[in-house]
Unconditional design. Structure first.
Length: 186
């Protein structure tokens, strides 16, 4: 036998082996495709009712979706109305604040006038003392007034409250039932 014949026999054997392998691979692939097809068909069968329900929901939502632009227009109009109302409330609040500060100022002035008048009457009735002048009464009146913040309408300004100086009050000492002895031997 010649080398060429041996090579041909080897090539024929390799070719037969390749054809057998190809046939086995195609058979295995066909089984896998059949299994995949069965699984896909089952999945589609399970998904079809869900798709039907979603389609029904979309049919029910269609009229509502058509009304959304109209509803958005109404919401915009409502927001504009609320902004107008809030602007009116703001103006009214400013007017009320002005009236309140005016009434407060008038009440403060009235109380001050009554206090001055009472002070003058009391000063004249005291024995041995001369009635005070208006400037002295006003100074005494300011010192004796309780701490009241003057309310003035502030447009664009912040109101600050100024309090008169006061003497500090000592903190109370807790009584624990034991008498303390103070050293007074100075």
């Amino acid at each position: 036998m010649d080398y060429l014949q041996i090579a041909l026999l080897v090539l024929v054997a390799v070719g037969v082996w390749a054809v057998v392998e190809l046939a086995l691979t195609i058979r295995t692939a066909r089984k896998a495709v059949d299994e995949l097809s069965i699984t896909a068909n089952e999945t589609v069968g399970q998904v079809q009712p869900i798709i039907g329900k979603v389609d029904g929901i979309m049919d029910e939502l269609d009229p509502t979706i058509k009304q959304v632009p109209e509803l958005l227009g109404k919401v915009g109009a409502t927001v504009d109305s609320v902004n107008g109302i809030l602007g009116d409330v703001s103006g009214t609040t400013g007017a009320v604040a002005t009236v309140t500060s005016g009434v407060s100022r008038a009440a403060t002035d009235a109380v001050s006038s009554v206090s001055n008048a009472v002070g003058r009457l009391a000063g004249r009735r005291r024995k041995g003392k001369e009635p005070k002048s208006d400037a002295q009464l006003k100074a005494a009146s300011i010192e004796e007034r309780p701490m009241v913040a003057a309310a003035e309408p502030a447009v664009g300004k912040k109101d600050y409250v100024t309090y008169a100086e006061s003497t500090p009050v000592p903190a109370p000492v807790p009584d624990d039932g034991v008498a303390s002895v103070e050293d007074t031997s100075e």
